[in-house]
Every structure is written in C-alpha cells, then in structure tokens.
Design a binder for this molecule. Structure first.
Ligand code: AMP
Length: 698
C-alpha cells in the first residue's frame, strides 16, 4: 500500500531530522545561518542528576519580527492585510496592512528602547484583545527582549505570582478589558494591587488608554506612561527601531501553563525553533500558505494557541489573521463566529470544543450556522475547523463535520489536534496541506487523511509519541496508558522552564528516569497511528482495579441528545474503590431545577455508558445543573475541583473549602456545584455514597 503523503512527511522527519528541519529552516530569513540543525548534549543539575538536552539550530541568529513583518514588506506584500480586528463588545473594527503594521511595530519598539527595554529583558503584557497587544508582542520581540503575556483579567494574586517569577522590566497594559457583555473592567487597580503584592517591582507601566474606561490619573512618578502619547511623540520624531537578531536558543517569550493542576510553570519558547516549526505547521497542518488565506483563531493572546495561531504563525506565512474581542455566545449571539467567517472570508478557523458546546447550548437547532449564514453561502470559504485545548467528543465533531460538509468549502474538515503550552504547536493532527511538508510553494492540495472522531489525529513531524505503562514499557496499539514523548521534541517545543531547570526535570523527565518526557495526558494510539487523548493522567478513575478515562465515559454520556455538556469524576465507593460520577448540563430549552435528574434520563445515560464502555463503568450517580461545571479561563474542565467536592460530600463535609486554581473562569460556579451536590446527597446520597474510610479529625 502506498504511504499517504502525511505519513511520508512524518517518516522523513523521524528518519533524518537534520535534513528535514534544515530544509524547513531554509524558508526563513536568518541574520546568521545556523551552524548545525540539532545539537544533543547532557545537562547536569545541582544535585548531580544528568539528563538529555538538545538545541535546535545552534549558531543561528534570527529576528522573529523581521520574519513576521519586514520580510513580507520587502517582498512587495506590504499592501496585504495582516490584521483584521473585530470587537463586537465595543462595536469597533480596524484593519492593518503589513506596511502599516511595520510602522506601528518599529515605532513602538523605538519607544520601548527609550523607556529602557533592551535585548534579553522581560516585558510583561496584560492586555485585552486589541491590536495594540499584538503590536506590543512584536515590538518586544523586535528588540530581542522576551514577552510574558498574562491573560488580561487574571486576578492580582495570579498576576503578582507571574510578575515575581518573570521579573519584568516593564508592564504593557490597557486601561480596561471588556469581558463579554459584562462591560469594561478597569485594569488600574488590578495592576497596582499586583505590583503591591509582588516583591519584584517593574520600573515602567505603559498604558493603552481605551475610551470605554480610562486609567486616571497616569502617575509619572510611579513609572506610569501614556502609550498613545509616547507613540505620537515617537512618530513626530521619526523614532524607529530596527530588528535585533537573537540566538536561536534565546527566549522569544515565556508563557505560564494554564494550571488545571498546581502552580503555573513558565515555559520558555526559543526563537529559532519556534519560527521554523510554526512556519512549517501553519502550512502543513493548517493549510494557510500566504496572502489570500485568512486565519481566525478564536483563542486569547494569553494562551499558547493565541500566541502561535492568532499572531506568529499567520504572520510568518504572510497571511491575514482575525483578532476577535468577543465571545462565542452573548456578544451578541451564538452566530458571532459564523458572522466573522462570512465577513472576513475566513479559510481556516481554530477554536476550543468548549466554545462549540456553548454555541450548541444557546442555538440548539444550529439556526445561525444553517439558516442565517450557511444557506446564503456565507461560509463557503471555510476549509477547516480546528479544535484543541480539550478532548472533543465524537458527537460534537460529527455534528460540525455534517455542517461543514453541507455549507463550507468542498472537502472542509473538522480537525481535532492535541498540544500544550510546552509543545508550542500541535503534537498531533490531520494535515490539511500535507504536500506542503515537501514543497511550500505547491498549489496542490492532496486529499488529507480521514478523520476519526474522538481521535486527535496522527503525530506531527518531529514529535515521537508513545504510550507506556507506569514503568515506562511501551504498550500494544489500542491500549490505554501514559502518553509520553521521546526527546528531542520538535523545534517549537520547550527545552526548559524559566529559571527552573530542576522543576523541568522533576515535572517532565523524572517519572520515567529521563527515558521519556511525560505529557501528563493519558490515552492510546491505534494500529494506524491515530492518537486519542482520553484525560489527564490524574483524572483516571480506578473502578475495582479497572482503569477508565474520564474522556471515554464523558463521550458515552454526551452521545445522549439531551446532554449539552458533562464532566465525570471518581466518587469513593466502599466496594469498588471508586465509581464514575457524572455532572451534566442539559441541552433542553428550559433547564430543570432539581439536582437529581429524572429517572428515565438517568436510565438512558446509564445505558449509553454500559453499552459503549461496559457494565463495570456504570455511573454511581448523576447530578444535573446549569452553570455548575467549573472551567479554567482557557476552557478546560476543572474535574479536580468537582472531585474534591464529591469526596468531601461522602464525608458529610459539604461546606469544606476546596482548592480552586486562580485560572478559574467563574468562581461562583463552584458554589452552584456545591449546592447541587448538597441537594443531591440529601435526596440520594447518605447511604448510597459513603466514604470507605472515615477521615481523621484534626
Ligand atoms: P495548555 O498547556 O494549557 O494548553 O494545556 C494542554 C493540555 O490540554 C494537554 O496536555 C491536554 O490535556 C489538553 N488538550 C489540548 N488539546 C487537546 C485535544 N485536542 N484533546 C484532548 N486534550 C487536549
């Protein structure tokens, strides 16, 4: 059987990584060409532990900003639209060509230099989704400095934590952010409070004034500066900064992982590998080649997906990126994403499954997709809908695949792809333009591999993904286990944590004695190489010595047409150790009030679980409720919080405090869950769910 071109490209990246990535590196402009493609060394930690280390493109010098902007302008593409900003929350829209973007960025870089920022300094960005945020990232990179974007809207303690860890020279911020339809949120007190809390104090705070809510007063003595005034003065003086090249292994940015577990870690992205790997993936995987292609990534610049696919990758390709300041629902309605596709003729869209679930909840009939935009041909430009951030259950993939096949470009696909802050680009997926893996200039779009709903596709070039047991032994295809990777990782991926080599080893390499890098995810790889991510390893439920992933059980529950959303956790059981326990939100127009679902629904859901997984995975119980499933701001379900709440309930400790990470989107949701659990237990619990052992009373 002939090899599909995606498989062929992958194989060449594994068989001869050096020539594969050397070919990809040739597509960029280097201030100094790398001396080698890959260098492998050993690192020794303070306690004498040694582990493998690697560096991509050693000896090379590169400017990411030059490659994202100047290169295209110099190639005669200055007139191409680089950024389309669409802000339903303010009613504003703006567009910038590459030439205009260059002017903004070189001026802002000049301003930052005057304010004392230089190569190697860290600058923290705390911004809403406005063009100035993208200018800031690019201007910092232009000086060879390192940006650390913190999601705009994080509370002062989370901001202070990241300030202390990254020690920024300056903060770039705005007077306010606008969270959906809740109106403006002032940033002044958030920033000032965070600076007060942090033992490290940045020298400057540069503020983009927004008309919706101004930062008043701007106190010069406290290092505060009015961003627009500085830029205006710089423009009058013709102040500009040329791109500063940095070493391939120098940091371009630090990003803190979203933290569904524990303290956030500062992942460092290295300049050379990042540019090469992203420029490759945007073409190969996302099918975005250059002018004429329009990418709409509905993430936030605070997350890695936003860094890579709102900003850097589309600009490296010379394509157009849509920057969206709004929400999938409520700004003003569940048709907003589809309006954006129509208005900007989007060719590739990227979002998280949680956004699609929110849309499905508000628009059960897909009225906007079909009747409003689809039927008038408004979505015909769309070639693919990429999904990541969380597992996509087959039912949501299948539903959107049906919609795309009917209303979007011929052959349009829904593509689940798996990755992390650590990887910097997808570790797995289905390549939309696999032929670009061999030749970027090809216009030929080979038929992609088929998708398998529930799977996040096949390993991407450069990522050597395996499934192993707890001792690190590889498992047979189709067996569930720990998903790990052999090093080196592909060029976009991290090689260390910011200022914490020990934690890098402890968190990722120690578990398998340096042999494998632990991704923290559990799942399987089938015979054809398709990878399914079933849950975080910590979320595995052990029922009478059988291990189940939350993802598999959630998938069975979500296949019931009345379930809009669900989360499964383990509840202690005196007989079996643990039982799966479900939290569900219904998709019915009027959500029922009681926490205990009606018996028929529970029976049907139970039947799905028993039928699709097996009687041993039968649910121990199910609670229904709206606004009850806690999530991080990046859309990941916080199962750990629900697990703690039900565990406490089995000890009659309903009101006991639980650990809620600072990344939570809406802390009130935890109170709703707590109340629902209490209500459920008072009806059902008591004898049904009892902790096997009493807790020690301290
Ligand atoms: P973050 O570093 O915050 O982007 O989170 C990365 C984690 O999100 C991964 O380790 C996975 O647990 C989860 N994740 C991302 N994409 C997917 C996907 N397509 N399917 C399942 N889980 C995913």
């Amino acid at each position: 059987m002939t090899l599909h071109i995606q498989d062929g490209v992958y194989r060449s990246s594994m068989d001869d990584a050096e020539s594969f990535w050397s070919h990809q590196a040739d597509k960029l402009s280097w201030h100094k060409r790398p001396e080698k493609v890959l260098q492998r060394t050993t690192k020794t930690l303070k306690d004498g532990t040694t582990h493998d280390h690697w560096t991509w493109f050693p000896g090379g010098k590169i400017s990411t900003t030059y490659n994202c902007i100047d290169r295209h302008v110099l190639n005669g593409n200055g007139h191409v639209t680089a950024i389309c900003w669409d802000s339903p929350v303010t009613g504003l829209k703006e567009q910038y060509t590459y030439k205009q973007l260059m002017e903004e960025v070189e001026t802002l870089a000049g301003v930052l230099r005057e304010e004392g920022v230089k190569k190697g300094d860290v600058v923290l960005i705390y911004m809403p989704m406005i063009p100035a945020a993208l200018f800031a990232m690019l201007a910092i990179a232009r000086l060879g400095a390192i940006h650390a974007v913190v999601f705009g809207g994080f509370s002062p303690p989370s901001l202070a934590q990241r300030m202390e860890a990254s020690r920024p020279k300056a903060i770039m911020t705005a007077s306010c952010g606008i969270e959906g339809n809740k109106g403006p949120v002032g940033y002044k007190h958030l920033i000032e409070e965070a600076i007060k809390m942090s033992s490290f104090k940045p020298q400057k705070v540069i503020i983009w004034q927004r008309e919706q809510l101004r930062w008043d007063p701007v106190t010069k003595e406290a290092g505060e500066r009015n961003w627009q005034r500085l830029v205006k003065s710089a423009k009058n003086r013709g102040l500009k900064a040329a791109p500063v090249a940095v070493k391939s292994s120098d940091g371009l940015y630090i990003i803190y992982t979203s933290g569904t577990t524990g303290l956030p870690k500062g992942v460092v992205r290295e300049a050379g590998g990042h540019a090469v790997g992203l420029n490759f993936s945007i073409k190969f995987l996302f099918g975005v080649h250059g002018p004429g292609d329009v990418m709409f990534c509905a993430s936030d610049i605070g997350w890695v997906v936003g860094h890579s696919y709102i900003l850097y990758a589309p600009l490296l390709a010379g394509a157009t990126t849509v920057l969206f300041e709004g929400k999938p629902v409520g700004t003003p309605n569940a048709g907003e994403f589809w309006r954006i596709i129509e208005e900007y003729q989007v060719t590739t869209m990227f979002t998280a499954p949680t956004a699609l679930r929110a849309i499905r909840r508000d628009d059960v009939e897909n009225h906007y997709f079909e009747q409003v935009f689809g039927s008038r041909g408004g979505l015909r430009t769309l070639r693919a809908l990429f999904l990541a951030g969380e597992r996509s259950e087959p039912s949501i993939v299948e539903m959107y695949q049906r919609l795309l096949s009917k209303y979007c470009a011929g052959g349009a696909m829904v593509i689940d792809n798996w990755w992390s802050s650590e990887s910097g680009s997808p570790i797995s997926g289905i390549a939309l333009s696999a032929a670009a893996g061999k030749d970027f200039n090809t216009k030929y779009r080979h038929t992609p591999l088929k998708i398998k709903p529930g799977s996040a596709g096949k390993a991407m070039p450069g990522f050597d993904v395996r499934v192993v047991d707890d001792d690190g032994n590889e498992l047979q295809p189709g067996s569930m286990g720990n998903i790990v990777m052999a090093t080196p990782l592909a060029p976009t991926a991290f090689t260390t944590l910011w200022g914490d080599e020990d934690r890098f080893y402890r968190s990722y390499l120690k578990r398998f004695n340096g042999k494998w890098l632990d991704t923290g995810d559990a799942g399987m790889i089938d015979r054809e190489g398709y990878i399914s991510i079933m849950s975080r390893s910590d979320d595995i439920i052990n029922v009478a010595a059988h291990r189940f992933s939350t993802g598999a059980i959630e998938q069975a529950i979500a296949s019931h047409p009345d379930i809009a959303e669900c989360a499964v956790v383990g509840i202690p059981d005196s007989l079996k150790g643990h039982l799966p326990f479900a939290f569900v939100t219904l998709s019915t127009h009027e959500h029922p009030h009681p926490a205990v679902p009606n018996e028929e629904l529970f029976r049907e859901v139970q039947k799905n679980v028993r039928g699709q997984i097996g009687p041993i995975a039968s649910l121990g119980g199910m609670i229904q409720g709206k606004g009850m499933i806690p999530k991080t701001r990046s859309g990941k379900t916080l199962r750990r919080v629900l697990r703690e709440l039900v565990e406490n309930a089995t000890h009659n400790e309903y009101d006991k405090e639980v650990q809620v990470p600072s990344t939570i989107e809406d802390a009130d949701v935890v109170d709703v869950a707590r109340a629902k659990i209490k209500e459920y237990f008072s009806h059902k619990g008591k004898d049904l769910h009892k902790a096997p052992e009493a807790r020690a009373k301290l």
